[in-house]
Design a binder for this molecule. Structure first.
Ligand code: AMP
Ligand code: MG
Length: 413
């Protein structure tokens, strides 16, 4: 079975990916390993925050009424470092020395910063100005009540959220797991990167690009090597790849005589949902499904492989990891220079982007087409030249396919 040639729009393709990528069933995970994951159950606090009326300053806990006719002096009756429970009530005429984070003693209703006081005789302290009740006291439960939800289902956990969960006593979180991913290259001309190409050979850059992109999400994809352009070899590789949550295979998906991938996928029970998308580079791209398992047949040309990775593969992966809006992300920018193409399909060309007070500005870079990965690497994004437009002039407002987190690093797993 060859590609049936039915071309769909980028929007339709993105929607099909969204409709078919289902989040993986939740697992429990140690809070310290949960950054970048999506919460499957809410986190509720098991404590009030703060857990008691707490001093916000190093200073003195006083009765505001005692300072009504400041300047005045009060007797210090106790020292309350953080971590200790006060033992004395603050009776009229007295005060307690108190540190940030310590519980406010009974009957005191304000804290005065040490900077606003002066030592006086006989262990007394002098206060120059009056104070309002409540000053410099964090009230019990004013931030969070015990039992209150502090993190909602669907939250993509940031370090700040890990801090919140930790404070709430959630040592284990329910999150969507990382999908298992197999990455396969195809092509009789494709060789491993530690080899020097001879004759008509080319190094396998695609698998390494894809694996590194997934590593940024903590996913250690399994590279299953290079399959030959024959049905038997492809079948073996694809049977192995289909054991994972997501299989990514590059090359062999267009209209050539040796583009056997779609046919083998169908033989292995994969339902093909699309095989051709109206975008250049990136037209021959296969998306399929077997059960909940997803299959991507990415184009062999490296820039097309990159575009398809960003537009289809990553959103699917992020959806499987539970993200509600997994992209792709399109942004607006203004061109600094004209950019053109030969027409036909919507095309994407690499640009550098720069943030200015008026928004993003995009500058095309030297680029020779879908095999020119080094050209694409000069850019930070792709500008979209719509179908039917031959040239976009300088100062035109354009749409960008951006890689907002393309340079996000992760030590992975
Ligand atoms: P194909 O999609 O198999 O027709 O391949 C299209 C072009 O991409 C050909 O020039 C291939 O040599 C090249 N290509 C295929 N696979 C890879 C790969 N893994 N890494 C780099 N280039 C590739
Ligand atoms: Mg090929």
């Amino acid at each position: 079975v060859k590609a049936d040639g039915k071309m769909i729009s980028v929007e339709q393709a993105v929607a099909l990916v969204q409709a078919n990528a289902v989040p993986l069933p939740p697992v429990d995970i140690d809070v310290d390993k949960a950054v970048g994951r999506v919460l499957a159950e809410p986190v509720c606090s098991d404590v009030d925050m703060p857990p008691f009326d707490k001093s916000a300053m190093d200073g003195y806990a006083v009765r505001a009424a005692d300072l009504g006719d400041a300047p005045t002096e009060l007797t210090v009756i106790e020292d309350i470092p953080a971590g200790t429970v006060p033992t004395q009530r603050v009776e009229p005429g007295s005060c307690s020395r108190i540190m940030t984070g310590a519980p406010v003693p009974e009957r005191a209703d304000a804290v005065i910063r040490v900077e606003d006081t002066a030592a006086a005789d006989d262990g007394r302290v002098r206060f120059e100005r009056p104070v309002r009740p409540g000053d410099n006291i964090c009230r019990l439960g004013e931030d969070v009540r015990s039992g209150q939800e502090v993190l909602p289902v669907g939250r993509l956990l940031r370090p700040v959220d890990i801090g919140v969960a930790s404070a709430a006593g959630a040592t284990v979180l329910s999150v969507h797991p990382l999908p298992s991913v197999a990455v396969i290259a195809t092509g009789d001309e494709v060789i491993e990167i530690d080899q020097k190409p001879e004759g008509a050979q080319i190094r396998n850059s695609n698998s390494h690009l894809v694996c590194s992109r997934l590593r940024q999400f903590g996913i250690a994809a399994e590279y299953l090597g290079i399959a030959p352009d024959d049905s038997a070899g492809l079948t073996r590789a694809i049977q192995e790849g289909l054991k994972r949550d997501v299989m990514v295979i590059s090359g062999g998906v267009s209209m050539g005589d040796y583009d056997l991938v779609p046919g083998v996928l169908v033989e292995q029970g994969v339902e093909l949902l699309f095989q051709s998308v109206a975008v250049k580079p990136g037209r021959p791209v296969v998306f399929g499904r077997r059960g909940d398992g997803l299959v991507f047949g990415l184009p062999g040309n490296p820039v097309a492989n990159l575009v398809a990775t960003e537009m289809f593969l990553l959103p699917a992966i992020r959806r499987r990891m539970g993200e509600e809006s997994p992209g792709p992300v399109f942004a607006r920018a203004v061109l600094t220079k004209p950019v053109s193409h030969k027409g036909g399909r919507t095309s994407l060309k690499p640009v550098t982007i720069e943030r200015t007070p008026d928004g993003w500005r995009a500058t095309p870079v030297e680029y020779h087409g879908s095999a020119d990965l080094a050209g694409a690497a000069r850019g930070d994004a792709f500008v979209e030249i719509p179908q039917g437009t031959l040239e976009l002039p300088a100062e035109a407002t354009v749409r960008l396919l951006t890689f907002p987190d393309n340079w996000r690093t992760s030590n992975g797993t």
